[in-house]
Design a protein around this ligand. Sequence first.
Ligand code: 5AD
Ligand code: SF4
Length: 461
Amino acid sequence: MEPIHFEHNRAAAGAIARYYESPPLAYVHSYGCQQNVNDGEKIKGVLADAGFGLCDAPQQADLILFNTCAVREHAEQRVFGNVGALKSLKKQKPGLIIGLCGCMAQQPAVVEKIRQSYPFVDLVFGVNGIDTLPQLLAEKLAGGNKRLLQAPAERTEIVEQVPIRRDSRFRAWLPIMYGCDNFCTYCIVPYVRGRERSRRPADVLAEFRGLVAAGYKEITLLGQNVNSYGKGLEQPIDFSDLLELLCKEPGDYHLRFMTSHPKDASRKLIDTIARNERICSHIHLPVQCGSDRVLREMNRHYTVAQYLDLVEYARTAIPGVTFSSDIIVGFPGETEEDFEATLDLVRKVGYMQLFTFIYSKRTGTRAASMPDPVTHKEKARRMARLLAMQDEIACGLVAGLAGKTQRVLVEGHGRQEGTLSGRLSNNLVVEFAGPAALVGEYAPVHFTGSRGTILTGELAQ
Ligand code: 5AD
Ligand code: SF4
């Protein structure tokens, strides 16, 4: 057997190896945000550490794990659909272990639904059980048909140095904090991910150094609200200080981060971005809506005027900066007027990209008990209006970049046959002809035009 990294899983790894005739295969699928994708990479790392091979097809797997997202109902329904579809596979292959983890598994009602209606699901564990997963699997293998449906663990300590199998060899997710304390009234995250906890700067730096040394070009710092990084740590440090610390590391890389809550995004942060070439000139600054009344109902703690001030400050300080945002359409009680205020704000900021969501009621949140008289049909109409406006704005911004030349990170193949796709510092995408060997490298690209919201270009000398 390969040497094991997580000593506390050694006995479990031995039990797993004795149970299977040849090394078992695991299929892990993650839904939702980057934080969850990063958890999925750790799940794969821990499984590989305990002797599992990893596969891309559920049909080949001895273990299927769905690492789920709970932020909207639609995401949950998709998971239930995909889990349901495994029933026949389990019949053909009774030894198959099917598990569900992640944010949905943090909700007692979901665990109950799985218990009652999905008898072929063997394992349920929450977001804090990744490092001990092999022990849970060994227990399952020893227990025969017994199901292990765990109530969410109360553990809150951060486990460091979890083995990880990253999905990319040049772009990496680096969580700097976990949980959220904001309790926006629509959001389930504080309930499923628990209170805010920051990783120690030394731990973040050690992982960061490892990534740079391994050749990672793009490192994205993750947190539900990166601007409150440092609260509760012994060492006084805030998010801007952390960025400064990381940017001092020598190497060929750049940094991104998400998500910045507008209530805590400071001028100090903007100045830090402006000062450091390595930090991309793009800020994801979710506004959620453009009506002060609705922002109050959402418990967001900023006004439209304060938000616009910040955007203005950033535009002056960081040449060429772009913004993206999340918008919720149809929050309970949103009037036509409120919605028009959102359109107005979107026009004023001129976002490069919007992530738009129709409000989804989440049981247990404060907004779930607010009157919500607007029909889904009307909300869908509002959404279509917003998307049409955004498309026009983004196309205009993209077209305005034609004629420029910039260094981009080549991420893969483009949509157009024979092209590569690269990402600019401002988060836009350009497609251009070039050799596949450039994937994962930086390349200078001259922008010649655009196709909708995608730039077109050619390799520059
Ligand atoms: N309904 C719709 N969208 C939501 N989001 C969070 N909770 C909900 C909800 N209940 C959106 C927010 C957030 C993004 C990650 O998901 O816009 O910024
Ligand atoms: Fe949810 Fe608000 Fe926390 Fe974001 S900041 S995760 S929207 S509660």
